[in-house]
Design a protein around this ligand. Sequence first.
Ligand code: ATP
Ligand code: MG
Length: 469
Amino acid sequence: MFNPCLQIHTKAGTIISMVKVIPRAEHTISRSNISDGALKVLYRLKNASYQAYLVGGGVRDMLLGREPKDFDIATNALPEQVQEQFRSCHLIGRRFRLAHVRIGADIIEVATFRAAPLPSDTGADAEGAFVDTEHRIDKDGRIMRDNVYGSLEDDAWRRDFTINALYYNIDDFSLVDYTGGLADLKAGQVRLIGDPEQRYREDPVRMLRAVRFAAKLGFRIHPDSEAPLFKLGYLLDDISPARLYDESLKLFMGGYAVQTFELLRHYGLFGHLFPYTEADLAHEDSHFPMTLVTRALTNTDARIAAGKTTTPAFLYAALLWGAMRTLAQQMQTQDMTESQALQEAGNIIVARQVQRTALPKRFSLPMREIWNLQLRLTQITGKRPFVTVTHPRFRAAYDFMLLRAEAGEEIQALCDWWTRFQVVDGDEQQGMVSPRSGTPSGSGKKKPRRSRSKSSKVVSASQASDAAE
Ligand code: ATP
Ligand code: MG
């Protein structure tokens, strides 16, 4: 249902909406909190006699006293007209046509006001196919293309959540609220604009966005917007893996991964992004994957809070480790070495996962290296540790091993060995790697010796992991 306080449905079916304009003196947004790049773009558009507003997360976050991640701009200038105003400006997007303006190192996204599809449009025809050339909606109600330009008011109503539809007007520094966003900001709630189920069907990624904003802002999802989440997760299965990959990073690398993960699982959405992880988490007999995933997410959040770097390679290594290991264990019974099974299971899990979230090779390759090094890290005699420690991915692999230990895998002694190996001097290192110093207990069970008749098939773990890299 539309927010009743701001829209009135007349008998004739027309909608009258009541806009709230909050003058500068009555709100807290100050130009000093807006980036120079965004201000330049706003003023340039204004000086060229266009309307120009800051909108979206920038306005929302500033009103909450948070530092905005980025600034989005909405204008009545068409994309080509925006392009005319700036030396460095690219038009992007098919589903939405947007202008990307480069100001110094910043890229500012400028979107022309757009209108939502009319409710009657979504009725489509009997085939479920549809409608006009600029709004395309498929049989599930999903918007395939969305390039109908409109007024500021149209633009407000087609946005996802009320708290994301607040506009800061560069012309008089006022705030414009068509949808009740300010009241929802005060109440701490994420509420879809319009009919929630219809809006989720138009774009199922809005379900992920609802969860993301609730987790990030510590808001609740309004009950009407929350109810469909439990039943519409399957709609995510039709979203492109490239878009879901981008969303997965926003969900898990935005600093609130733990809460986000818990909410996604609560609504049954997580399994549509990471089906193999979800299946592994559901295994009652092993609590490792759950602990490993939550610990990895806790670490990621802590690193982001401390301003440290994080990489999707490490995140995905943790998310998929349990599923990969379970598969490897099943395969190993089919007369494969541990290393071969890990390799093969890694291939299979990655190939399956990229059909859901298209992890690019530049991250899947280092992720595989982190996994492969887990086996290498069990080899702590002779020259091997000296080579392993120089591997470019050693640090990540070592951190990953610590995480596995924290999650309950019995490798603490091995972790302690590597922790010590990195800090002692050369002589002591030599002492540590001499075969007589023995394997630390808990570094993994000794593999049973295989009979000679099978020896042609047997590859030592170390050879296999080398061959794999
Ligand atoms: P963030 O802090 O993550 O940048 P944001 O709200 O700015 O949050 P963006 O993805 O940058 O999110 O989108 C900018 C704005 O565009 C949103 O605030 C919202 O108004 C609108 N928007 C983005 N995605 C959608 C969508 N799928 N459906 C409707 N409106 C959307
Ligand atoms: Mg934004």
